[in-house]
Design a binder for this molecule. Sequence first.
Ligand code: F6R
Length: 607
Amino acid sequence: MCGIIAFAERGSVAPHLIKGLERLEYRGYDSAGLAVMSDSVIRTCKTTKRVAELEAKYNSAPFYGSVGIGHTRWATHGAPTERNAHPHLSEDGHFAVVHNGIIENYEALKAELLNEGHVFKSDTDTETIVHLVQKYYRGNFLKAVLNAAKRLEGTFAAALMCIDEPDTVIAIRNFSPLIIGIGKDKTVASSDISAVAEHTKKAVYLNDGEAAVLRPDSASFYNFNGEPVEKELTVLDVGSGDYGKNGMAHYMLKEIFEQPDAVRRTLGAHIKNGEVAFDFSLFDGNAVRNIKKICFVACGSAYHAGVAAAAVFRALTGIASYAFIASEFRYMEPMTDSSTLVVPISQSGETADTLASLREAKRRGARTVGVVNVVDSLIAKECGDVIYTCAGQETAVATTKGYTTQLAALYMFAIWFGRELGALAAEREAELTKSLTQLPHALEIVLRSDAHAKKHASDLKDASSMFFIGRGLDYAAALEAALKMKEITYIHAESCPAGELKHGTISLVEPGMRVFAFLSQPVTASKTVNNIKEVRARGAYTICCAPQSIAERLTDIDELIVLPDIEPLFFNIIEVVPFQFYAYYTALARGCDIDKPRNLAQSVTVE
Ligand code: F6R
């Protein structure tokens, strides 16, 4: 969701901006643009199509300069049109801005500026920033930017240029991430570590309320009062990496096949000599014994990992454990105090609602341990302790390896927690840990069986609706399977706890409708079998997914997906894989843009 890239350098900046925008594409966007300081004029190029189109458009009428800013926009205020695409210029063309986040008081600011005679050219909240800078400008660019920044409420990261200081970019930050890279003859600002790491490993993280003044050979830092700030230089621990598709048609397919290795890396980071160990700085065995409640807080697929984790934690620790959708949790009446452990789960480490929930929980005194993929992301940095998932870069918007590595990390955490609490017998702990180490191999087996999904994609592609049902941990799998299907195929796909069907949802079941059922849990499988009978009796076509030991007892179903028998508590991790394939091949058959589904962003940095 929205990405910023900006350079002050000595060479021609536009190719670097375009390359940087390509790197940001995975976040999701609906328009893109760049601005370059060229012969004392700020010149822009924008598109409502892909970055490749932006590049072609720029190449058809190039302009040269060594300082520039670029942006991928995911529309919030104003339609995804060229006039709303960033960068936005001030009325006099003196200043340009790109911005991530939301200016919450933009209506009041815009009214003030309109009243003073400013003329706006877009419907965005962003444009108010550049008008404010123009309003406050008295020959000192930094001062004008800081005066404007102090008027802004909400979340923002922004980069600005001014024609009177043609070798300078100023970057500001409040709540939205912004990283400054300091290279040789070049400084770079970006919302994304990978776009910086490509140019330099020396970086500085801006904090809330800070600004950076970037020139090709210097970077200086200030707070919004204009006082200089000393910043610590960090060495980025990310490779500039191979972000290609590795010969696969889509990033999503590549990432599906990366799951065994990604899960192996995640487990390998914390399982030593057959035992789970974490090197927490705050959350030790004593802290564990004070915990009365555990809240997993996340959005989308990460929330589904939380639903599964809550069930596993209840089983292995006996502590009241719940999963909450972060956008709900952040506004709930006191859900937390010092006896609560809050576990934010986030692949990107940037999701606005998850971050806000974390801050609210901390404000109320909760202990926090995050499960995060992106190293040094905002959520990772603000949690008391972090368990990193080692998924590597996830480029497809629909998460696959991000989700399964979250499950792996959470399973390890549950075993560790149960042991530290004394709730888990040594024998059971050893058995569970061994089962964890077998998960990568089980994933490899499941990945060999995409034939089912390929075969059914041609029938499924014309479906108008389908259902996914299960109980307990199987319901968590149903949630994730339905989300994968709907987000990339645009087919209505609904998950429902199997026992809840007859309380309303079953009225939607029609002859021929596909109902997918999950049956991995020995205690509840026979109950779900009854629900399968109910929908079959109403003409539904049922496709069931079960481990060998349960599958061989099933009768009266239409299709069966048989998976290896593994520890039932950990079954979600393999159970979702066939449905990643179902979603992928159905989307392929429908001709959908699989890696960049409509309206979606990979990283949701606004509320
Ligand atoms: C679905 C998907 C989203 C994310 C959600 C949270 O395929 O990718 O539902 O899981 O937006 O994102 P993170 O984990 O980055 O906080």
